[in-house]
Design a protein around this ligand. Structure first.
Ligand SMILES: [Fe+2]
Length: 362
């Protein structure tokens, strides 16, 4: 067993509850596929194990030799995020293996990586969207679109139109017409999407005929897919254009524009939810809710510091967890559509709905 403990795996996470006794020698049943000693001390007996397909556990035993198994939650998940490879959803900016990007790239990646990941989740679950057999899915999609996704996209486009474009114009950087024009047609698509989503929900609640329902669901899916493709192309064009344009203005001027955007976004209604989505795409672990490894993250601690650098500690410690809990609810709503269960227990046939607590996903 001792040979299974790679000394190089030490990452210095102390476990103060552990007793200083001999290394774990459990029955063979407990020998995991990989074992990592996480304590910085060679004398520690606390051993974190990763059994494929199971929860990570911490094995330790007291002086009587009684083995205790503790499922690792937050400390492990925080550590796990460190090991997840970086991934970029951008098609315009080349991936950096270490998750580090230049300031002109980061400016685009911060909002776009977040929105693209949200859209990819929706795109994926809509493949199996089936409100005929699972009417609650219509409710989940409707809430996610109206309360979260559409407001975030509106705010993002508004910032580009009211601050980025005019400020850059003052510095003789003119946005190509086709990029500005795209916002108008994208917003029309979002309006249609909300309309179709409401109609599907109404049909689901009234128990409409399957034929009528199928027709409306297909309209909704077609509308979403068109919007999705258009938005992805638009983000690509923006990243190609702005990542170069930003380097053409003095860095000091760009910092001023960025600050103006930052100050504005803090005051908009969907700002907190958008911020949580941005941090989620970066793999940031909040106090009580954690990054889900399957999503992967696009940047490391440096990127997170850019976002959190100006935020005072009390806000991070006491206010962000509340924002994040609300955000995790939206994330749960969209991901749950890919399953077959009303995980938040929201749907009521009488048309009412429960608030639905995100605690179930903690
Ligand atoms: Fe954009």
């Amino acid at each position: 067993m001792e040979g299974c403990l790679p000394q190089s795996a030490s990452v210095g996470l102390p476990n103060r509850k552990s007793k200083k006794v001999s290394p774990f020698r459990g029955p063979d049943d407990f020998i995991p596929a990989s074992v990592h000693r996480l304590s910085g001390s060679n004398e520690s007996v606390s051993t974190h194990v990763r059994i494929p397909g199971r929860f990570p556990c911490c094995l330790s035993h007291n002086q009587s030799g009684i083995i205790r198994i503790r499922v690792i939650t937050l400390s492990y998940i925080n550590m796990a995020a460190q090991a997840i490879p970086f991934k970029l959803t951008s098609t315009a900016i080349p991936i950096s293996e270490d998750g580090k990007y230049t300031y002109n790239q980061v400016a685009l990646l911060i909002p776009h990586e977040s929105l693209r990941r949200e859209m990819n989740r929706a795109h994926s679950v809509l493949q199996t969207f089936d409100p005929i057999n699972h009417p609650w899915q219509a409710l989940y999609l409707n809430i996610w679109l109206k309360e979260f996704f559409v407001p975030c996209v509106h705010e993002h486009h508004d910032l580009e139109e009211t601050i980025l474009t005019p400020e850059m114009r003052k510095l003789n950087i003119e946005t190509p017409d086709h990029m500005n024009g795209a916002h108008k047609s994208l917003l029309e698509s979002l309006n249609n999407l909300e309309k179709f989503s409401s109609e599907v929900l109404t049909l689901a609640r009234t128990g409409a005929q399957a034929e009528l329902m199928t027709e409306k669901v297909n309209e909704l899916k077609t509308c979403y897919n068109e919007m999705h493709d258009h938005m992805m192309e638009h983000f690509h064009a923006e990243e190609e254009f702005w990542s170069v344009a930003i380097t053409k203005v003095p860095e000091k001027e760009w910092a001023r524009i960025e600050n103006k955007i930052k100050n504005t976004v803090q005051k908009v209604k969907s700002g907190e939810m958008f911020l949580c989505s941005i941090l989620d795409s970066m793999g940031y672990c909040f106090k009580n809710y954690s990054f889900r490894p399957e999503d992967t993250r696009w940047t490391g601690e440096d990127g997170i510091k850019i976002i959190l650098g100006d935020v005072p500690y009390p806000v991070r410690a006491f206010i962000f967890p509340g924002f994040n809990k609300r955000y995790q609810r939206y994330k749960t709503l969209i991901t749950a559509i890919g399953g077959d269960r009303d995980v938040l227990n929201l749907y009521r046939t009488d048309g009412t709905e429960q608030a639905g607590c995100a605690c179930v996903i903690a």
